[in-house]
Design a protein. Structure first.
Length: 142
């Protein structure tokens, strides 16, 4: 397989990344202060994720890998890049339960809704109400 590269994107690239995410089934709204990261193979986007500063914490959101490129290490490569970008800051995410070991690779651990900011507990409860099997995870400052 050709080399995977992962990088932060510039504001002028937002539209293609948002189009990629929508094509992969992610349709949540984004904010102007979000930071996007992509993984590419031969210059083609095959994965994307965003870091959202929300209510004084970082939240990893919308991790998507193109379906025909899954299970090739691209998500792990991208996750490690984003973890480096988060640096010394604490970070949360709300992944599907089956992804706990994936996020644990970079130090995320499952926490209860009582251990997270209220807005994340509310968001997680809404996802569960929508029938999604998700958990809240936390990565302490490095």
């Amino acid at each position: 397989m050709t080399a995977i590269t992962s990088r932060a994107i510039t504001a002028d690239e937002w539209e293609i990344v948002i189009a990629f995410l929508k094509g992969e089934g992610y349709a949540r709204s984004v904010a102007s202060h979000d930071r996007f990261f992509v993984s590419e193979i031969s210059g083609e986007i095959v994965g994307a994720v965003r870091l959202s500063p929300e209510e004084n914490v970082l939240v990893l959101r919308g991790m998507r890998i193109r379906r025909d490129f899954q299970r090739r290490g691209i998500g792990t490569h991208l996750l490690r890049r984003v973890a480096r970008a988060a640096g010394l800051k604490a970070c949360y995410c709300i992944p599907y339960r089956w992804l706990i070991p994936f996020y644990a690779q970079v130090g995320f651990r499952e926490v209860t809704e009582k251990q997270v900011p209220e807005f994340l507990a509310t968001r997680s409860a809404r996802y569960v109400n929508d029938g999604l099997d998700v958990v809240v995870m936390y990565r302490p400052p490095a």
